[in-house]
Design a protein around this ligand. Structure first.
Ligand SMILES: C[S@@+](CC[C@H](N)C(=O)[O-])C[C@H]1O[C@@H](n2cnc3c(N)ncnc32)[C@H](O)[C@@H]1O
Length: 212
């Protein structure tokens, strides 16, 4: 399946991105070499920008892998903010801890290992922003849990909602992931609690503002 953004335009947009610092570049190299599906710099900049725009201080991330998006979020919340990192893989968490320490933001990150949905349930308080990047099959369940945990005006952001373009095509009977993403996209646009926009950048980024 083709990329969402036409190749030449994607290359042009990438070339405009300012050079990242050494730790971020190292994470990007590691992700490319080991096929870790990080959200990438272009989408991370959108998430960072939105987090800053709403003055986010408490952030929960569902599916953090090596901590790439965590690092952007930790920078966005500033030294008095907190970001909850979650991943089911302890090796990912150790790698993330190391990068976050070297980037100087570890003290504002709580690293939690286990199922992100269960970890959200067992973490108290409301959040300004929840970033959802777990297994796509879990997106509807993740949104049902996450939205009540946001303050009004908070953001629920999800990656990969265009699913390499498959989301825009009729899904075959056995393509459950595409069916679930299509269901999720309908849910977030129809929910009276959310105001949703899908940004067709990279693999599609859904940005939902909690309205009520
Ligand atoms: C797409 S990657 C996350 C990338 C990361 N958000 C970034 O952009 O840098 C998804 C990660 O979520 C983890 N994961 C998937 N489902 C999960 C779940 N229910 N609970 C915890 N971790 C989960 C996987 O182990 C994987 O590392």
């Amino acid at each position: 399946m083709a990329a969402i953004v036409e190749a030449k335009t994607a290359k042009y947009l990438d070339a405009l991105l300012p050079r990242r610092d050494a730790v971020v570049r190292e994470m990007e190299r590691y992700a490319a070499q080991h096929h870790v599906p990080i959200v990438g710099a272009a989408c991370s900049r959108v998430i960072y920008q939105l987090a800053r725009a709403i003055g986010a201080r408490r952030v929960f991330e569902m599916g953090s892998a090596i901590g790439y998006s965590t690092l952007w979020l930790a920078r966005a919340v500033g030294p008095r903010g907190v970001v909850y990192y979650t991943d089911s893989d302890p090796a990912n968490a150790e790698r993330a801890r190391n990068y976050l320490r070297r980037a100087g933001v570890l003290s504002r990150v709580r690293i939690l290992v286990g199922d992100a949905l269960e970890l959200l349930k067992s973490t108290d308080g409301k959040f300004d922003l929840i970033f959802n990047d777990v297994d796509k099959i879990q997106y509807p369940a993740a949104s049902r849990l996450a939205v009540p945990r946001l303050r009004v005006g908070g953001l629920f952001i999800s990656d990969n909602v265009l699913w390499s373009g498959w989301a825009a095509r009729p899904a075959s009977k056995d393509d459950v992931e595409t069916q679930v993403i299509q269901k999720f996209n309908r849910m977030i646009y129809r929910s009276p609690k959310l105001f949703t926009t899908i940004i067709p950048l990279r693999d599609g980024l859904a940005v939902c503002t909690k309205e009520q």
